[in-house]
Design a protein around this ligand. Structure first.
Ligand code: ATP
Ligand code: MG
Length: 436
């Protein structure tokens, strides 16, 4: 993509409304634009990052065996009246009336909607287990929307819903998601901390939240520092002892924190008290929805069995902010390669110089041919402004073409994360970037 043809409305000044670094950087890097409180448009660069995050979430959900669907944002109120949550949910729910005076709502979550789909089509225990997920916008009329996309009112969530014949297999489904979540967040370059959590309005009795440690996080965590050593590849979700093992590490939100237990179970040197950003939460809640809504299957002995359910959320749009909170410096964002909106920034230092244009254009063509996602700064700007823009938007690599390099037959390759610079022939640079 040529920057001259792109839309990247960078801000030089720090926007005064942004209190935390990710919000500041997302505005300055032209990723988002606020529409109204807690509601944002995603501009081209921001949307590319969002899509990258979304795709990793999708791949790990698919790999876990969950099936992708897409449910609507607008739901009929009757479904929520059936489950009893229509009155419980409170002001966070945006309630809408259509032209026929029918009560509708903009979904804050989809337990009722998926249970309705399930009960119409799945009638036998033979069709279980099933896990459905979708990646869809949610609306929650938060009292205090803030921190940009971190606590929005409209936000993108991945939510999955599992259906099982009994508690044992439902708990297996739960830990399958636990493992998928660890893999998902690690692929994004994060170090997730899974903590025991309260179930809140979703209900149920088994729940974990996944947090990214950050001083700006809204949650307070207490945990054994050894939790970060957890290797999800060694967790067998079907093992009956796995639940005990995971409950065996001390890691809890402040609501679940027990200071006495913390002191007896965790040696002082490993006790951590930190703030975290909640990027996901999983719940096992049994028959909370299947009973009132009649999601019942016929069991092996022809007996009716209300299915055992769980639900599993990931804050896809919040993750973009959380990844920036975890990866930035004074100059701007530092994207992990897996979620970067482009892999490389190609900079022509002299937009008015025919030799520079020819060399940069040729490199750009080769990068495109090699499938390396490149943002090509071909604008007529000062070198200082170009370097600052590249550092701000934080692409993993920068490749700089300038007149002095051309004389020597080299280009400069910079790694954004380490700041390491290297002069290489254009061919060697292409090789380093993985082009053939
Ligand atoms: P929080 O405690 O942060 O309000 P929650 O526990 O109400 O979140 P869940 O119902 O668990 O949220 O939703 C699943 C995920 O969706 C959360 O883990 C979080 O990452 C994301 N999420 C929830 N609310 C918001 C929001 N207002 N803006 C952006 N993401 C959100
Ligand atoms: Mg939650």
């Amino acid at each position: 993509m040529r920057l001259s043809a792109y839309f990247l409305p960078l801000l030089r000044e720090n926007p005064s409304e942004a209190q935390i670094v990710s919000h500041r950087l997302m505005l300055r890097a032209g990723m988002i634009r606020q529409s109204s409180a807690g509601i944002y448009s995603w501009l081209p660069l921001g949307l590319r990052a969002l899509k990258q995050v979304e795709q990793i979430v999708r791949e790990e959900q698919d790999a876990s065996g969950a099936l992708e669907v897409l449910m609507p944002t607008i739901q009929p109120a009757e479904l929520w009246q059936e489950s009893g949550r229509y009155d419980d949910y409170g002001k966070e729910m945006l309630r809408i009336t259509d032209r026929h005076e029918r009560a509708m709502l903009y979904g804050p979550t989809n337990e009722e909607q998926i249970t309705d789909i399930f009960r119409h089509s799945i009638k036998s225990y033979r069709d279980l287990p099933k896990n459905f997920y979708h990646i869809q916008w949610k609306f929650r009329d938060e009292v205090r929307p803030r921190f940009g996309v971190m606590r929005g009112r409209e936000f993108l969530m991945k939510d999955a819903y599992s259906f099982d014949i009994d508690k044992r297999s439902a708990v297996t489904a739960y830990f399958k998601m636990f493992v998928a979540y660890m893999k998902t967040f690690k692929r994004m370059g994060l170090k997730p901390i899974p903590v025991r959590a309260e179930t809140g309005p979703i209900g149920g009795d088994l729940s974990h939240e996944f947090h990214v440690q950050a001083d700006t996080g809204e949650s307070e965590l207490y945990f054994d520092s050894d939790v970060v050593l957890l290797d999800e590849n060694r967790i067998d979700p079907a093992s009956l002892t796995v639940q005990d093992d995971i409950a065996g590490w001390y890691a809890a939100t402040d609501e679940k924190h027990d200071p006495a237990e913390f002191e007896t179970r965790v040696p002082e040197a490993r006790r951590r008290h930190a703030r975290g950003i909640e990027v996901g939460q999983i719940f096992y809640f049994g028959t909370k929805y299947s009973k009132p809504m009649g999601a019942v299957v016929v069991g092996p002995g022809d007996e009716p069995i209300p299915v055992e359910m769980g639900s599993y959320g990931i804050g896809v749009s919040r993750l973009v902010g959380a990844i920036i909170e975890a990866g930035h410096d004074d100059a701007g964002i530092i994207w992990p390669e897996s979620v970067a909106p482009f892999r490389l920034g190609l900079v022509n230092l002299r937009a008015g110089d025919a030799r520079c244009i020819a060399a940069a254009d040729e490199l750009y063509a080769k990068l495109c041919a090699a499938g390396i996602e490149t943002l090509y700064d071909d604008r007529d700007e000062s070198p200082g402004a170009k370097f600052a823009a590249m550092d701000l938007i934080g692409l993993p690599y920068q490749l700089v073409v300038g007149p002095r390099g051309i004389d020597k037959g080299v280009v400069e390759l910079k790694e954004r994360g380490t700041g390491k610079r290297q002069e290489l022939s254009p061919e060697a640079a292409l090789n380093r970037l993985g082009a053939k």
